[in-house]
Structures are given as structure tokens and as C-alpha cells.
Design a protein around this ligand. Structure first.
Ligand code: NAD
Length: 493
């Protein structure tokens, strides 16, 4: 693949002093242990944050709890005004936020932009529509002459948000925004590799007028901070890997608190006989290689009608070979780094084991240390057995397998042959048929003629997974109502 130069860290519009100021927000004592944060761009340390203990977590949640009752007593309109202002501030400071996201994740700037822009959209949607979703409702009951009932939507208390590194800005905020609007406090535990963007957002929430203590952050190791947080909060919104999700679910179950899980995926893309192969190939490039494939919604297996298989492969491989790898704090490079060396090893291992079993590499298939320490080429494989690890398990890297299918029925069957069910896409020139087929695919979101963006951007429609991909829905009314308890007051006439 062509490559662009790796930008120097000095080009980032964020200094070590700024990161130090941000981490001071979570420093409670002078002698806390620290976690060093490194940038994947060069693998150099960029700063450190406290490794919070269970006691630090309890203190943060108690502080949030004290702030919450006052916040809940404010009108929804007042809370919405703070959320709206926060969205405006994210838009205003977007260049600076993009620098922090790039520094922490090594992703390409246009992929960072997708997540930065998601926040103002989420804020204005919930600020505009949320108040009516939270308004009291009148119900007449089964015997209207005998009673009437009022339903109110009361906040839960303190919501714990546990977020991953791949979209550290939007995934820290997408649950926080509706939870705060509903009158809750939030304590967020960002991934240990990407804490600074969450800390920067905490500053902007304060600037927007959010009262002190209502949005807390606890940094540190997942295995220490996560369980302490789940023990202290009233609801946990978890985004991350399926295995961690199971552990979180067990603990939430023991504590009998509400919980939601946005987990992994092995997302299928189905290309029908009547599809425009050029459009489908462009969609495959966008879907499979956005954020170097470290996107829960990214297609990782593509089923193409055998009549279009060769044409699709030619277009897909051609477009993939043009992708520019590299890093710069501008919009030059197309695809950035993987998050770290461990993840690079996982991706490499998946590809090598498939190749050992007879898979063919049509593009990529190599790490690129000449570009940066954790870069991996956008990779297309064929001849991968249906039960190979690479065909069944989430790779979460820039790797996709392509398979010919005899007809639509086989495509649907193979798409559904997975424990996961997060996102899928159907490609056809007949949009109505595409929507019919979408109904037969077992996923929380199915996009027609688009890999994932239209589903993600449908902020008023629910998003989430079935099976091993999760439980619960974010976005839309569903994503707000999960942060309230419905309470009924029934009166006899
Ligand atoms: P992970 O499960 O290892 O970590 C996610 C978060 O959980 C981190 O903050 C981590 O510190 C924390 N954590 C770790 N151990 C914990 C414990 N015992 N208790 C509580 N919290 C704990 O996730 P990862 O593998 O680094 O992230 C990538 C995964 O996230 C992929 O599988 C991806 O598909 C998934 N993901 C899903 C969505 C979605 O919306 N469905 C979005 C993004 C990422």
C-alpha cells in the first residue's frame, strides 16, 4: 500500500502539560500508583493517570450520589440546556479533541472526526426529544371508570459507564448523555489505554454548567476499577468485549442492578446478484478498514453471489491497494494504527493461522513496522474454511474474508451462522428486496447499501446486539428510557 509519513508528536495540538492538568482531575492523594499511557503512533509514553483503588471508586460514586438528588430536582428542560451547551462545546473544541483522540488511539483523523461529530448530534437529539420522552403519562387502566394511573420516569441514581479504547470519545458519551438528561449522575471508567479524552470531556461538561461531582471519572485497571464500580452504582452500561461483558453481567446479576451490554460482532455483508459491485466494493473498504477495523460494526465476512464474485473481488482489491497508511494530525492518511503490540500480535496470529490452513491473501497480510510500530495492512482473504477461527471469531482488525455463495438463501444462512448479531449489511439495487432480506438477518442493525454509517447515524433508532453481541439498546427512546424507572401512581375514582 502507498504510505504517508508518520507525523511527529510535536504536531499534535496537545502538550504533556495539558495531559498532566487533565490527569490532576483524578488525583486524590500524592501517593497513588500511576498507569503510564503510551501513544500507538510511536509507542512513546505521553503521560500517566492514577491507578484508582476500590476506595477511590467508592469515594467518586459517593460524591456523584450527593450531587445527584439536586440535579434530579431540576426540570428536564434545565438539564437539556446543559446537554445542548455541552454538544456545542464539543463542536467548538473539535480540533483539539481530534488531536487528543489521535494521540491516544493512533487512528486516522477522519475516523476520529466521525466520533467527535457523533456527540453534538446525540446531545441535540436528546436535548430536543428527551423532555417529551421523560414527561409523565396518563393511563386509564383496565377499568377506566374505577381508576386512573400516572406513570412517571424517575432517575436510577448513579450510572456506571465502562467504555473501551476503540471509540473512546463517543463510547464514553453516548450512554452518559441520556443518563445525565434523565437526572442521574454518571461515573465513567475509560479504558486504561485511552483515559485522557474522557478527562477532556469532563472539563467540557463542567464548562457547559454541569454541577460538580455529577460526572466522575475513575482511571485504572479494568479488573480492579470495574468490579468496584459495579458494586457501587445503580446501573452499569458496559461497552467492550463479550468475555468481559459476561463477567460484568454476573456481578450486575448478583447485585440486582440494571445493565446493558454493547459487545463484539462478526458482522456479515451480503452482496446480492443484482448489486452494483463498485458501490459494494467501496462500502466494503469503508466498512472493513475504518479505524483499522477496530470498529464493533465493521464487516469481517463478506458473502457474494457467485455470479458477481470475481467482479466484486477485482473492485474491492483494487480499491484496498490504494489505501494510504500513515499518521498525521491532518486528513492525509486513510488508515491509522492498531491500538498496541498485543492487538497487533492477535491480528497477525489470526491471519497466519488461516493462511497455514490454506487461505489466500489477495491484499495486505503484513504488519508495517516501516510505517509505525503497530500498523497492519488492510487485508483481504479468500478460501477461508467456514469453521476457521478467522471466519468465526471477531478479529477487530483490518482483516476481512470474502466467500462466494450460490444464492440469497445460502447468503442469509451463512450470515446467520454466528454466535454474534450486531450489525449486517445487504447490497442490492432493489432497496425493497434489501429491506425484506434485512428482516431475515439476526442482527440488531441491518443496513441496506451502506456498511454501518446509516445505522450508527440513525440516532433516533435503537442500536445494539443480539446473542453474544449484547443486551439492551442505545440511541432513540430506548437509549434514554433504560436510565429511568417507570413508576405508577394509581388513584381510585
Ligand atoms: P474489554 O472488554 O477488554 O474492555 C472494555 C472495558 O472494560 C475497559 O474499560 C476495561 O478496562 C474494562 N474492564 C476490563 N476488565 C473488567 C472487569 N473485570 N470488570 C469491569 N470492567 C472491566 O474490551 P476490548 O477488547 O478492549 O474492546 C474491544 C471490544 O469492544 C471488541 O470486542 C468490540 O467489538 C467491543 N465494542 C463493542 C461496541 C458496541 O457498541 N457493541 C463498541 C465498541 C467496542
Amino acid at each position: 500500500s502507498p504510505q504517508t509519513t508518520v507525523g511527529t508528536l510535536e504536531d499534535a495540538g496537545v502538550s504533556g502539560d495539558t495531559l498532566e492538568t487533565l490527569s490532576a482531575r483524578v488525583r486524590t492523594t500524592g501517593n497513588q500508583d500511576e498507569i503510564t499511557v503510551r501513544t500507538p503512533i510511536t509507542d512513546e509514553p505521553i503521560g500517566s493517570v492514577p491507578a484508582c483503588t476500590a476506595t477511590d471508586v467508592t469515594t467518586a460514586v459517593e460524591r456523584a450520589r450527593r450531587a445527584q438528588s439536586n440535579w434530579a430536582s431540576r426540570s428536564v428542560a434545565e438539564r437539556a440546556a446543559v446537554i445542548e451547551r455541552f454538544g456545542d462545546l464539543v463542536a467548538e473544541y473539535r480540533e483539539w479533541l481530534l488531536d487528543v483522540v489521535q494521540l491516544e488511539t493512533g487512528k486516522a483523523r477522519h475516523h476520529a472526526l466521525e466520533e467527535v461529530l457523533d456527540v453534538p448530534l446525540t446531545c441535540s437529539y436528546y436535548a430536543d426529544e428527551g423532555p417529551s420522552m421523560l414527561a409523565d403519562e396518563s393511563r386509564s387502566g383496565a377499568i377506566p371508570l374505577a381508576s386512573d394511573a400516572t406513570v412517571s420516569y424517575d432517575p436510577l441514581g448513579v450510572v456506571g459507564v465502562i467504555s473501551p479504547w476503540n471509540y473512546p470519545l463517543t463510547l464514553a458519551m453516548t450512554d452518559t448523555i441520556p443518563a445525565l438528561l434523565a437526572g442521574n449522575a454518571v461515573v465513567c471508567k475509560p479504558d486504561e489505554r485511552t483515559p485522557f479524552i474522557a478527562l477532556a470531556l469532563a472539563d467540557l461538561l463542567s464548562e457547559a454548567g454541569l454541577p460538580d461531582g455529577l460526572f466522575g471519572i475513575v482511571t485504572g485497571e479494568g479488573a480492579t476499577v470495574g468490579p468496584a464500580l459495579i458494586d457501587a452504582v445503580d446501573y452499569v452500561a458496559f461497552t467492550g468485549g463479550t468475555e468481559t461483558g459476561r463477567t460484568v453481567a454476573e456481578q450486575a446479576g448478583r447485585n440486582l442492578i440494571g445493565c446493558s451490554f454493547e459487545l463484539g460482532g462478526k458482522n456479515p455483508m451480503v452482496v446480492l446478484e443484482d448489486a452494483d459491485v463498485e458501490t459494494a466494493a467501496r462500502g466494503a473498504v469503508k466498512g472493513a478498514f475504518t479505524n483499522a477495523g477496530q470498529l464493533c460494526l465493521a464487516p469481517e465476512r463478506i458473502y457474494v453471489h457467485e455470479a458477481r464474485y470475481e467482479a466484486f473481488l477485482e473492485a474491492f482489491v483494487g480499491a484496498t491497494r490504494k489505501i494510504r497508511l500513515g499518521h498525521a494530525f491532518d486528513y492525509g492518511p486513510d488508515v491509522g494504527s492498531l491500538i498496541d503490540g498485543d492487538h497487533l500480535e492477535t491480528v497477525r496470529e489470526y491471519v497466519e493461522s488461516a493462511v497455514d490452513d490454506g487461505a489466500s491473501v489477495l491484499s495486505g497480510g503484513r504488519a508495517r513496522p516501516d510505517v509505525g510500530p503497530f500498523w497492519y495492512e488492510p487485508t483481504i482473504l479468500t478460501d477461508v474454511e467456514p469453521d476457521a477461527k478467522l471466519a468465526c471469531e471477531e478479529t477487530f482488525g483490518p482483516v476481512v474474508t470474502v466467500h462466494p455463495v450460490a444464492d440469497t438463501e445460502e447468503a442469509i444462512e451463512r450470515a446467520n451462522d454466528s454466535e454474534y448479531g450486531l450489525n449486517a449489511s445487504v447490497w442490492t439495487t432493489d432497496r425493497d428486496r434489501g429491506r425484506e432480506i434485512a428482516r431475515e438477518i439476526d442482527c440488531g442493525t441491518v443496513c441496506v447499501n451502506d456498511p454501518y454509517t446509516v445505522g450508527w447515524a440513525a440516532i433516533d433508532a435503537p442500536m445494539g446486539g443480539v446473542g453474544d453481541s449484547g443486551l439492551g439498546r442505545r440511541h432513540g427512546p430506548e437509549g434514554l428510557r433504560r436510565y429511568v424507572d417507570a413508576k405508577t401512581i394509581a388513584t381510585s375514582r
